[in-house]
Design a binder for this molecule. Structure first.
Ligand SMILES: *Cc1c(COP(=O)(O)O)cnc(C)c1O
Length: 241
């Protein structure tokens, strides 16, 4: 059986390797490496192993289930590393049921996966009640797959245009390439997301600085297309499970 210290070392090496590859991809795309943030997707591992990823240097953790997010947040955070003063930000990247918002919003998560007007309004309502402003992104279904979640490009424009949602701050778009997509197809889907963002920003002066796209298998293509957040899971836990 592997000793815990070995797992810590393994995760540290994976983190170094992945962040190095992300940096290289940014440089190859002619971008500032600091403009791309790695969200460590910890949904594959338990709270103790997730903590090791934070210790390795990852300050942004992504979970796809609200219950797991808040359980881990109870165990690990609101972690502030005493020696370096790094603080931990939670990212919600999966489907959110509205009845989970009351408990999740106090953790100040960035919710990447807003995929309906109903959810956006519910977040706004609960955030207002809690007297906070919650940062969210709109999830776009760019591949057009029927079985994928996400808003059509038209619906994204409509949601951005809803007046009076003062307790949510929409900071960007999130997307996933279609299932089983070749890297070249993923690249063109990511460029479509970036173009949609550019169009929305140009036509209506929305402020959408973030593009959350790219996972372990296609983060290079996403970075080339302008991703500012890549959501990486399996590459960070290689050899751990
Ligand atoms: C699991 C997941 C990821 C991470 O995928 P990997 O291929 O393991 O890097 C990214 N985004 C979402 C929405 C996920 O559910």
């Amino acid at each position: 059986m592997t000793q815990p210290t070995d797992i810590a070392e393994l995760i540290r090496r994976n983190w170094m390797r992945v962040t190095d590859e992300v940096r290289q991809a940014a440089v190859a795309a002619g971008r500032d490496p600091k403009s791309v943030r790695v969200i460590g997707v910890s949904k594959y591992v338990d709270a103790a192993t997730t903590r090791l990823l934070f210790d390795a240097g990852c300050c942004d953790l992504g979970e796809s289930r609200p219950q797991v997010l808040w359980k881990k947040a109870e165990t690990i955070g609101p972690a502030v590393d005493g020696t370096t003063n790094r603080s931990l930000r939670w990212h919600m990247i999966g489907h959110v049921q509205t009845n989970k918002l009351r408990r999740m919003l106090p953790l100040n998560p960035l919710i990447h996966s807003v995929d309906s007007e109903r959810l956006l309004r519910a977040i706004n309502r609960e955030a207002e009640r809690q007297q906070r402003v919650t940062e969210v992104m709109l999830e776009v279904n760019i591949s057009g797959d029927e079985d994928k979640t996400g808003l059509s490009p038209d619906a994204v424009g409509q949601l951005l245009g809803i007046p009076g949602l003062n307790s949510v701050r929409i900071s960007g778009l999130m997307a996933m390439a279609g299932w089983g997509t070749e890297a070249s197809q993923a690249a063109s889907q990511f460029r479509d997301v970036a173009e949609l963002r550019d169009r929305l920003v140009a036509s209506d002066e929305y402020n959408l600085p973030h593009l959350s796209m790219g996972m372990s298998g296609d983060f290079r293509e996403a970075i080339a297309a302008g991703a500012t957040m890549v959501r990486i899971g399996s590459a960070l836990f290689e050899g751990v499970r």
